[in-house]
Design a protein. Structure first.
Lengths: 534, 667
């Protein structure tokens, strides 16, 4: 049994178990879910340890260099004169996906632990949770576009219900907004996917194929087809490949999210229950970044270089705009949500630079933000669970009544604002380095973008420290008075167990960035080389 | 030797001990001994220790971590550990009774770790890391009493101001990396290193490995200057330092007087070759301006620690100025001597404030224990402290026999020499520097007189209060003695009058300034000191005799000085408010415009669908309904014919036949 297949479908198996168990056993559901995620984590660590590095394992556009592959014919329909329809079940990972896979399974364990707060309709919640789990894991592993798309769409359904049924006061609004936003992107993605399918032929079988790796090779495009590099087809007067790129980019940019496609995020994050916020911020946003690397710039490298300026510009705008908005927030969760926008801007900037430093920095930033946003949302959830309020101005002097909680908040805040020694610093510093170096290496981004990006680091310090000062320091003064004071107990054991590994992870990645860089380096170099050749 | 250096790095985490203050103190003692040892080995031995190890690889760039020990770094290593040790001892007594004692020592040790690491690291990435960790530990320590509003506002301000410097440094590092493809300090800044090999010509900054437009050389220097200005509290980023005095006094002594704020000067020392003539001149002007400005502010402040803080800013300005005029060695020399006497003064201030706070608590008075207007006459109560203060104060003024005399005069003399070959405007720099030393003499005397002479003013109106104050135990006295020794000349030079003989100068390759070639070398020390003594005497008479009205308490100049040149107000208005407004505006934009656009789309969709529903209901369905209605009407009409009445049938038949006939006749 292939390990990737196992890791993808384990949650489904457990989800099935939960479905058939009687509701009377509902208290065991959370343990079953936790077990499933722990199993997944174990498997992903095994994968991580056995992941081979070296120039021969670069991946990206060489099918043979992917690891833990499994390729099974899935839908093979003989269409007579139109040839055979070839859709494979094709999974495999390279350096870009392996670290994100480990991060994903780690975050899912945390999300499972955060699900303790759910009290209603447990069966539904955990089944949906596990379906979601399967879908996100699948996205990072699949190499067939059709399979990728199925997993990608499959995420939406459970998320819609998870937000819409277990969320906060305006949950229906947030859920429908989230759903429509993402659906808007992916519907058009479907069109491009079909266009690609019709343009690309598998050189071995001679059939049209959804294989993403083969889509990266210009030689596989049929002459005269829509997306062929040579034929310069146009759609509505624009180059067809440019249209394809932009459509795919918009689909992923909604996920990242890139300003101005971000407005679903604050609402969805704020209304979602804690575990769902964690999955949204920790994993879903990374799928956007991962998609841009794996799909957008790998399948359309020529357009990616031509439009790099705009990608970088959007990145810088996201960084600054997100930070400015975060500064204006009065709701803790909303502040964190906007800080996510700002932090993910670094990812886009790094990717746009198309330098080794930039892309490594972007992947590092994604991994780091996966852990950090998880930690931040968990922490916001802790306080919300206790008093059902998240207003920054409603609290004061929490450090005196919740010292342990404050310690973790400080770790998370300082790590997020890029204090050296934590992972975010490495990610941000190298994204910026790559962006600056880009001018001398490949002339894609102007120098000022990196300089403007670094202002985002300054603003990051401003909004986190201001929040820290307003909520945690100073004399105790709570909006809810003594009722709140008794409700606001310090962290319990489960919460400490959840937070400690996260804090250790961000610290470990900050001190030993090679944990990530060693695994991704060959793939990044292969990607850079591939992009330069075009 | 490398092994030993490794031991130092190893002893550092060991210090991170939360058990008690003594663990920290012993740890710092060990590092102190070790650094003395290292210093003895490396100083002037032409033996530069450079050890490195691969940290991680990114792309094709290998990033190393390692240590670099040369004269500059061992000097700083020694200085930091030497200053840190007395402060630790002092802290065990000063912080006694605080419930978070272990947290305090953990922070303090963390600071020492970052600071020691900062001075020995060998590449810019690590340098940045520890640079920011130093700022972070300072943040923690300023806000140590986190329930005080002022303290947490001060630490936020300090961190954000330092962040401005940090992004400057980060930008500079990124520029250097793009230009030279390395972070290694030796490769970059050594003699004949990469920096030395690059030149600016034709608007291009040409280096061995590539070139950038020359503007980026200036931006890199500007970034480093921002970093220096933030850490060393230079104009325009100096305002955090006086506020940082909200932290415990022992912290102010260690971090905000002796070590951390000197890191900026140290950074300048590390990257000195990067700066060209013009940039150095700008540095000199800013340093000089800061020195002068801070000294004028110190004249009118009433808070004991704030006076010392502004005096620190002023002295740091001297160091930066010295760097700018090329007096590299003098600048570092002043850094070392300043560390001793300023630390001493802060520790003394701590004792005084503690005693005042005692009086306040004992008698339940509502006064500010740091306000020097409430003090006076403490000379008799705290004789030991008084002597220490006088030594520190004299060193700060720079009178002969003290270490401050040696370093300050060397800077002044070289500034005169520097301005020699330049035109009128540059002559102002040494003159302002000179003026600043006299201002220093004045405010130091004001401070000492107000605190130690006369009578205790807080007792006015309450003469019957009993005072139980004394100098304190050995934990107070020992550090003072150690530091006071450091303020006197023998530690630095056998000849108390001639700085040229100080051993410190021999450690740095310097260009001139040591030969007593011109008249300045005798004239300036003599002139400065004679005038200083006069100033001291004047100030003494003014304040001892309590002629408080000798200076107008209003007037523009007084207010300018008392309000600290309005920097805080200006920054608040010009930067903080607009940024907050902008953020509110962008949130409004986000809500109303971007999200508004989305909801507009949604509304349009809903309206469209309502429209189509209406069309569906009224037009398409309406058409069908119309058809139905028509059919119904016809059938109703037709139904009337089948009423079942024979007469009706006959009648209709008749009508039809008649109609047929008529038709036939007509056609």
């Amino acid at each position: 049994m292939n390990i990737l297949t196992l890791i993808i479908f384990t949650p489904l198996l457990f989800g099935f178990i939960i479905t058939v168990l009687p509701s009377a056993w509902r208290n065991s559901f959370k343990y079953i879910t936790l077990l499933a995620t722990l199993l997944q984590l174990g498997m992903s660590i095994w994968i991580y340890c056995n992941f081979k590095t070296g120039a021969a394992f670069g991946g990206i556009n060489h099918e043979s260099q992917f690891q833990f592959m499994q390729k099974l014919p899935w839908i093979n329909l003989d269409l007579g004169a139109m040839g055979k329809m070839q859709i494979d079940y094709f999974v495999g990972i390279d350096g870009i996906s392996v670290t994100l896979l480990v991060m994903t399974s780690f975050v899912l364990v945390i999300a499972a632990l955060a699900s303790w707060e759910i009290i209603s309709n447990l069966k539904g919640f955990f089944v949906l949770f596990l379906i979601l789990d399967m879908a996100v894991t699948g996205v990072f592993c699949s190499l067939d576009f059709f399979l990728f798309y199925i997993f990608y769409e499959l995420m939406l359904l459970p998320l819609y219900f998870l937000i819409g049924m277990w969320g906060g006061a305006r949950r229906e609004y947030a859920a429908i907004k989230f759903f429509l936003y993402t659906l808007f992107g992916s519907v058009f993605m479907l069109l491009v996917m079909i266009g690609l399918y019709l343009s690309v032929k598998d050189p071995v079988t001679g059939n049209h194929t959804f294989n993403m790796v083969q889509m990266m090779n210009p030689a596989n495009y049929q002459p005269g087809s829509v997306f062929s590099v040579l034929s310069h087809q146009t759609i509505f007067g624009f180059s067809a490949r440019a249209v394809g790129f932009v459509v795919l980019f918009i689909a992923f940019a909604i996920k990242v999210p890139v300003v101005p496609l971000h407005t679903w995020l604050p609402d969805a994050h704020v209304e979602a229950p804690t575990p769902v916020s964690i999955i949204l911020a920790g994993i879903l946003l990374k799928i956007g970044g991962y998609g841009i690397i794996r799909v957008c710039i790998s399948i359309f490298p020529d357009i990616a270089s031509a439009d790099a300026y705009w990608l970088g510009l959007l990145g810088v705008i996201s960084i600054l705009y997100g930070a400015m908005n975060a500064l204006a927030q009065h709701d803790l969760k909303r502040m964190i949500a906007y800080s996510s926008v700002s932090h993910m801007g670094f990812v886009l900037l790094g990717i746009a630079s198309q330098t080794a430093e930039g892309i490594s920095g972007a992947v590092m930033q994604m991994v780091s933000h996966g852990f950090l946003s998880t930690m931040l949302f968990f922490l916001a959830g802790v306080i919300y669970n206790r008093v059902h309020d998240r207003g920054i101005t409603h609290f004061r002097g929490l450090a005196s009544i919740m010292p342990k909680y404050t310690t973790f908040v400080m770790i998370a805040f300082f790590a997020s604002l890029g204090l050296p020694g934590f992972s975010a610093f490495i990610g941000e510093a190298f994204s910026l380095t790559g962006a600056f170096k880009s001018t001398t290496v490949n002339c894609l981004l102007p120098y000022w973008m990196a300089v403007c990006g670094s202002v985002g680091i300054l603003l990051g310090a401003a909004y986190f420290l201001w929040t820290l000062q307003r909520m945690f320091f100073g004399p105790v003064n709570l909006k809810g008075g003594s009722v709140w004071q008794t409700a606001l107990t310090d962290l319990n054991l489960r919460e400490k167990i959840t937070l400690l590994p996260l804090a250790l992870m961000v610290l470990a990645l900050g001190l030993m960035p090679s944990l990530v860089f060693a695994k991704i380096n060959d793939s990044v170099l292969a990607l850079i080389q591939f992009l330069q050749v075009k | 030797m490398p092994l030993l250096a490794f031991v130092i790095n190893f002893s550092i985490p060991a210090k991170w001990n939360k058990v008690s203050g003594w663990a920290s103190t012993i740890a710092i003692l060990i590092s102190c001994v070790l650094s003395v040892f290292v210093f003895a080995k490396v100083w002037n031995s032409n033996h530069i220790v450079h050890q490195q190890q691969l940290w991680f690889t990114i792309g094709n760039t290998k990033i190393y971590t390692g240590i670099l020990l040369n004269n500059l770094s061992v000097l700083m290593l020694l200085l930091v550990s030497l200053i840190a040790m007395p402060v630790h001892i002092y802290s065990t007594a000063y912080m006694k009774g605080d419930e978070n004692l272990s947290r305090y020592f953990a922070y303090l040790s963390f600071f020492c770790f970052s600071m020691l690491a900062l001075v020995v690291v060998d590449n810019l990435i690590l340098f940045y890391i520890f640079w920011e960790l130093v700022g972070f530990s300072s943040y923690l320590l300023i806000g140590f009493w986190f329930t005080r509003d002022k303290a947490v506002q001060a630490n936020k301000k300090a961190f954000i101001m330092n962040r401005i410097g940090d992004i400057g440094l980060l930008t500079a590092i990124i520029i250097l990396f793009s230009q030279y493809h390395t972070f290694d300090i030796t490769q970059l800044f050594a003699d004949k290193g990469l920096i030395a090999q690059s030149v600016i010509k034709n608007g291009l900054w040409v280096a061995p490995l590539g070139s950038l437009p020359s503007i980026w050389q200036y931006i890199a220097c500007g970034g480093i200057f921002l970093a220096v200005a933030a850490k060393s509290a230079q104009f325009p980023l100096h305002t955090w330092l006086p506020d940082a005095m909200e932290g415990p006094t022992s912290v102010s002594a260690l971090i905000h007087a002796a070590t951390m704020v000197a890191a900026g000067v140290f950074l300048l020392g590390r990257v000195y070759p990067l700066f060209n003539g013009l940039e150095l001149t700008i540095l000199a002007i800013i340093g000089c301006f800061t020195a002068f400005m801070a000294a004028t502010i110190a004249l009118t402040q009433n808070d004991l620690k704030r006076i010392l803080a502004y005096s620190t800013i002023s002295q740091l300005g001297f160091m930066i100025m010295a760097m700018g005029i090329g007096a590299y060695a003098s600048s570092l020399f002043h850094l070392v001597t300043h560390a001793f006497f300023k630390c001493l003064l802060f520790l003394v201030a701590g004792i005084v404030i503690h005693q005042m706070a005692h009086i306040k608590d004992d008698n339940a008075m509502d006064i500010d224990p740091q306000n020097i207007n409430n003090m006076g006459g403490l000379r008799k109560k705290l004789p030991f402290t008084f002597i220490a203060t006088v030594i520190g104060g004299l060193a700060l003024i720079g009178l002969p026999l003290t270490s401050g005399y040696l370093s300050k005069d060397s800077i002044l003399i070289q500034s005169f020499e520097w301005s020699e070959g330049r035109n009128g405007v540059f002559k102002l720099i040494p003159i302002f520097a000179l003026l600043t030393t006299w201002l220093t003499a004045f405010y130091v005397t004001r401070l000492i007189v107000k605190v130690f002479f006369g009578e205790l003013r807080m007792l006015h109106g309450k003469p019957d209060i009993k005072l139980h104050i004394k100098d304190g135990g050995w934990q107070y006295k020992l550090p003072l003695v150690l530091l006071a020794i450091g303020c006197l000349f023998p530690l630095f030079s056998v000849n108390p009058l001639l700085y040229e003989q100080a051993w410190l100068f021999k450690g740095f390759a310097i260009n001139g300034g040591l030969e007593r070639e011109d008249v300045y070398h005798t004239l300036i020390p003599a002139g400065v000191n004679i005038l200083s003594i006069i100033v001291i005497y004047v100030a003494y008479t003014i304040y001892v005799k309590r002629k408080t009205n000798i200076f107008p308490q209003e007037g523009f100049l007084y207010r300018l000085s008392f309000k600290e040149w309005y920097f805080d107000k200006i920054y608040n208005k010009v930067i903080v408010k607009p940024v907050l407004t902008l953020s509110t505006a962008s949130f409004w934009f986000d809500r109303e415009v971007i999200d508004g656009f989305i909801s507009l789309l949604v509304k349009t969709g809903i309206i469209l669908s309502k429209l189509s529903a209406w069309v569906d209901h009224h037009i398409i369905d309406g058409f069908l309904n119309l058809l139905v209605a028509i059919v119904e009407a016809i059938s109703n009409f037709a139904r009337k014919f089948q009423g079942g009445k024979v007469q009706y049938y006959l009648f209709s038949m008749l009508v039809i036949i008649l109609a047929l006939f008529i038709l036939k006749i007509v056609f």
